[in-house]
Design a protein around this ligand. Sequence first.
Ligand code: SAM
Length: 245
Amino acid sequence: MSDENKNIHDFDFDLICEYFSQFERQGPGSPEVTLKALSFIDNLHPESRIADIGCGTGGQTMILAQHAPGYITALDLFPKFIDQLNTSAAQLNLQDKVKGIVGSMENLPFEEEELDLIWSEGAIYNIGFVKGLKEWNRFLKKGGYLAVTEASWFTEVRPKEIQDYWDNAYPEIDTIPNKVAQLQNAGYIPVAFFILPENCWIDNYYQPQTEKIEEFVKKHKENPATEAFISEIKEEIQYYAQYKA
Ligand code: SAM
């Protein structure tokens, strides 16, 4: 594969991991929206079992652990993220409420109907929205909840440039009504949806990256994958700024 054809999944995993481990979050979000989503969930109690899938370094996991009754298993593919998550949990004295484990969302280590709540911010796209909905459903107890964030179009029609960009990056992107219908078709009863405000993307996701990009490029200039990786990051940030509406 030539360099021009590389996409983010082809880059050196260590490089991606090193880059994203610098940040409190690896995806868009905020404590406020985590708590807003949690406010729609009414079945939790101290014995509840919660899974945070694709948890990253645990930005949202710590908020959940501080506000949701129950025990949280947080799972991610990258051991470095899980080490950071478990360190944060210990620092916040939450080690009895949350445990980070290395694993894959394609092969979850839970029993059927074990979980009261599956949480997944900015991560279900890795398995694919519809596939994730279908495969994860069996781990939920009857009456259990799923809370996910998912890249979605706000409008029915879009400028071709941004349509092409996302069709290439994540072909499953769709409008919110279509995403809600997919949830219903996968056996869930839609309870609520809302759009992440801009601060989730800009202040909490892109701005912290912008501040670190030049330093990261300098540190990793010997790695041939750095330039292409960073140029994809910059492209995404620029497209968000231009087409966020
Ligand atoms: N939830 C975190 C947040 O919002 O800050 C992280 C979101 S980040 C965009 C997506 C996460 O999914 C990364 O931490 C990545 O390592 C994880 N991931 C990707 N593929 C995965 C898989 N197959 N199984 C488990 N985690 C995976």
